[in-house]
Design a binder for this molecule. Structure first.
Ligand SMILES: NC(=O)c1ccc[n+]([C@@H]2O[C@H](COP(=O)([O-])OP(=O)(O)OC[C@H]3O[C@@H](n4cnc5c(N)ncnc54)[C@H](O)[C@@H]3O)[C@@H](O)[C@H]2O)c1
Ligand SMILES: O=C(O)C[C@H](O)C(=O)O
Length: 328
């Protein structure tokens, strides 16, 4: 019985993400939780003739029932940006939302793989980790910040420049999920060596600020939802391949660098004492199995990494220090 719970399931990301997840043969029970509208979304999706049973749960009193015994909990709950805002501006509202959802997961689904979409991801992932620590159920192998949209965007933008197939071009994007913390490693992409320095800087900037492009175009009506639903479903399917089919899958995800049990020995020299980072990771049935080193970086990428580290450090401390025992 594989149960996946989406928290924030009635939202701009939550609805299309739930639709995509409903197509998976690997899910037996798709549980939809939100503070509004989930009965309607669940009724609608439940008419689709695919395997997963769909249940809808609305409001805090139903959170335990929604989340209990989940194998995977995906969290796209919270407010999105409006033009002029940074992701960090969302912290004030989203930190508390994520803390409360993580608290329910720690109590009722402590073994679940936690996939965190809510922004600011650089801070919300440390919040989830701290909540799990407070409940003595912390395992860094199973807490993931979903940065797949950066990979998806990078593949799209770079493939159009170098004339490659977008769906098969894998562009490594490491770091975090906001502005300068998003670090595309174009020097590791086959075919990108034909790009000029100006092209590399322009496309790097576009990948780092791709989210702003959508926020601007939506003009006050939110941020990326459909591309995020695609990216979130892709990451969830990968995790399900690991959990259900016992495959080792390779992804980029924002994780605690202790997660592979080796103290991130392979990556420490590159990122210093950062606690969280999004490297290439192998994920197996028990979670993160291996954290890969960044590999060789161009001098431009080294500069970008130096700019990303202090920003990430601040975001991590802000998230970790938010969790206050009195609220748990
Ligand atoms: N990681 C990424 O790459 C990425 C990409 C896009 C958006 N996001 C983030 O995802 C989040 C959601 O974006 P959206 O466009 O779907 O927003 P949205 O406002 O359309 O939907 C959010 C949903 O969360 C629900 N919600 C609010 N408080 C809740 C709570 N306590 N419990 C459960 N549900 C709650 C709302 O009712 C709403 O249905 C935002 O923080 C956004 O910045 C992240
Ligand atoms: O840009 C945003 O605020 C949403 C998301 O993080 C994105 O990258 O699209």
């Amino acid at each position: 019985m594989v149960k996946v719970t989406v928290c924030g399931a009635a939202g701009g990301i939550g609805q299309p993400l739930s639709l995509l997840l409903k197509q998976s043969d690997l899910i037996d029970h798709l549980s939809l939780y939100d503070i509004v509208n989930t009965p309607g979304v669940a009724a609608d999706l439940s008419h689709i003739n695919t395997k997963a049973k769909v249940t809808g749960h609305v409001g805090a009193p139903s959170l335990e029932e929604a989340i209990k015994d989940s194998d995977v909990v995906v969290i796209p709950a919270g407010v999105p940006r409006k033009p002029g805002m940074t992701r960090d501006d969302l912290f004030k509202i989203n930190a508390g939302i994520v803390r409360d959802l993580a608290t329910a997961a720690a109590k009722f689904s402590p073994k679940a793989f936690m996939l965190i979409i809510s922004n600011p991801v650089n801070s919300t992932v440390p919040i989830v980790a701290e909540v799990f620590k407070k409940h003595n159920v912390y395992d860094p192998k199973r807490i993931f910040g979903v940065t797949t949209l950066d990979i998806v965007r990078a593949s799209t933008f770079v493939s159009s420049l170098i004339g490659a197939e977008a769906h098969s071009l894998r562009v490594p994007v490491v770091g975090g999920h906001s502005g300068v913390t998003i670090l595309p490693l174009l020097s590791q992409v086959k075919g990108a060596d034909k790009l000029s320095r100006e092209q590399i800087e322009a496309v790097t900037n576009r990948i780092q600020f791709g989210g702003d492009e959508v926020v601007k175009a939506k003009d006050g009506l939110g941020s990326a939802t459909l591309s995020m639903a695609y990216a979130g479903a892709r990451f969830t399917f990968s995790v399900l391949d690991a959990i259900v089919k016992h495959k080792t899958v390779v992804e980029y995800s924002y994780v605690n660098l202790e997660a592979d049990g080796e103290g991130a020995a392979s990556i420490r020299a590159e990122v210093g004492d950062l606690e969280y980072f999004s490297p290439r990771v192998d994920i197996g049935p028990h979670g993160v199995a291996k954290i890969h080193p960044l590999g060789s970086l161009s001098s431009y990428e080294k500069q970008l990494l130096s700019a990303a580290i202090p920003e990430l450090q601040g975001n991590i401390v802000k998230g970790a220090s938010f969790v206050d025992t009195a609220h748990l």
